[in-house]
Design a protein around this ligand. Structure first.
Ligand SMILES: Nc1nc2c(ncn2[C@@H]2O[C@H](COP(=O)(O)OP(=O)(O)O)[C@@H](O)[C@H]2O)c(=O)[nH]1
Ligand SMILES: [Mg+2]
Length: 404
């Protein structure tokens, strides 16, 4: 497969693959592409899997739009339309901010998220030509799932197109019921966090058949039996009724046993086994999105748009007062003031971002939307942190030692 650097798109508007594949436009009857966010533990096979499904879609003459979000990957083995490495220099970020590898990845992703409005612009342009948008995420799962930028990217995508989370699991490394349950607990935490249709991909079936895992997910007794045979200390979970771990294993706590929540499919990213079944699962999940999730995301988008508008209005008012022109400023003048402010705020991060040569396209989409989203996210976090402090203060009045 072609190297990513050959055909990758920089965030400067030079969408090279758009020209390359536009001849292969297929009829999607105004249907939006399905966005597939691929998550999973490091080494579970996310990148290999994205490579496999990209190849499959190319063979079926429906090339996907592929985005690599892993800034630390050495080589991207699929033709990426957008590669985070073209935008953010991960090593430079580490150096400049004196960060370790994980901090470097998080910061790179944050910087990239500030430009995600441009990515959305590209996707909009290509939405009639692609049936699928695929996102490969950083090796360390928590970098994406528990970071503000991961949430921003996921929510932005989910509020504009059918979006499905694909959780890749290394089947061969989950034959131990305890490891399996930890992995599934993690999957469930993502399911609850993202509130999106969820497909569990049991990868590496060329090494181990995934049927045991499906059985554990659907038959609680079978899982318990396997757990009882475990000799490790965690098997005590089955003995002590009150142990919190045992409570978590109850089917009414975890949605593992309900097929309506989790769709499972066994695949081998190396041999290609199970890939057609995977696409069936994706279609089902996309229907689920339309039926159960879309209204909530549309509400979210509307709320965001209202908030952004209100904030822009407030900003305009403040600016008018600041320049001493009050209400006499024309709308055009106000708008130009606002855009110059937004541009300068972007410039502060340009040190690590590659703005690209042709800035014409850039200025069109530099509406500051993502910046606002980020501000909103920060505001939400700040509010919730304030509430947390109030709760802690109330709780700690009697018990907290006088340490201030
Ligand atoms: N046997 C086998 N190995 C796989 C499969 N998928 C991935 N791998 C291997 O697992 C390792 C990690 O894969 P990678 O795609 O880099 O994982 P990532 O960190 O989740 O992106 C690589 O050595 C792959 O060759 C599979 O289906 N079968
Ligand atoms: Mg990878």
């Amino acid at each position: 497969m072609a190297a990513a650097s050959e055909e990758s798109v920089k965030l400067d508007g030079n969408d090279k693959t758009a020209n390359a594949t536009s001849q292969q436009t297929h009829t999607t009857q105004n249907k939006k592409p399905i966005c597939v966010i691929v998550l999973g533990m490091a080494g579970s096979g996310k990148t290999t899997f994205v490579q496999r499904i990209t190849a499959h879609l190319h063979t079926h003459k429906t090339p996907p739009y592929v985005i690599n979000l892993d800034p630390a990957v050495h080589e991207v083995p699929f033709p990426a339309n957008i590669d985070i490495r073209d935008t953010v220099n991960y090593k430079e970020v580490m150096k400049q901010y004196s960060l370790g590898p994980n901090g470097g990845i998080v910061t790179s992703l944050n910087l990239f998220a500030t430009r995600f409005d441009q990515v959305m612009g590209f996707l909009e342009k290509r939405s009639q030509q692609c049936k699928h948008v695929l996102l490969d995420t950083p090796g360390q799962i928590e970098v994406f799932t528990w970071s503000a930028s991961g949430s921003i990217i996921t929510e932005t995508l989910a509020s504009s197109m059918p979006t499905v989370v694909v959780y890749v699991m290394d089947t061969a490394r989950n034959v131990n019921p305890v490891t399996f349950m930890s992995n599934m607990l993690y999957a469930c935490s993502i399911l609850y966090k993202t509130k999106l249709p969820f497909v569990v991909v049991m990868n590496k079936t060329d090494i181990v058949d995934h049927r045991f895992a499906v059985e554990w997910m659907t038959d609680f007794e079978a899982f318990q039996e396997a757990l009882e045979q475990e000799t490790s200390y965690v098997s005590n979970l089955t003995v002590h009724e009150s142990h919190p771990g045992r409570v978590l294993l109850q089917p009414h706590v975890l949605p593992l046993q309900s097929r309506s929540y989790l769709i499972c499919v066994g695949v081998s990213a190396v041999t290609g086994a199970g890939i057609p079944e995977f696409f069936d699962a994706i279609d089902k999940a996309a229907e689920e999105y339309e039926r159960d999730y879309k209204p909530a995301y549309e509400r979210l988008r509307k709320e965001r748009e209202d908030t952004v508008l209100a904030e822009q209005e407030a900003q305009l008012k403040k600016l008018s007062v600041d320049v001493g022109a009050g209400d006499t400023l024309s709308l055009d003048a106000k708008a130009s003031l606002l855009s110059s402010q937004v541009t300068s705020s972007h410039k502060s991060s340009a040190m690590y971002l590659t703005p690209g040569a042709g800035d014409n396209d850039d200025s069109d989409s530099d509406t500051g939307c993502t910046q606002d989203d980020e501000d909103l996210e920060e505001k939400k976090e700040y509010e919730s942190f304030k509430r947390f402090l109030v709760r802690e203060k109330a709780k700690g009045k009697s018990s907290k030692p006088a340490d201030t």
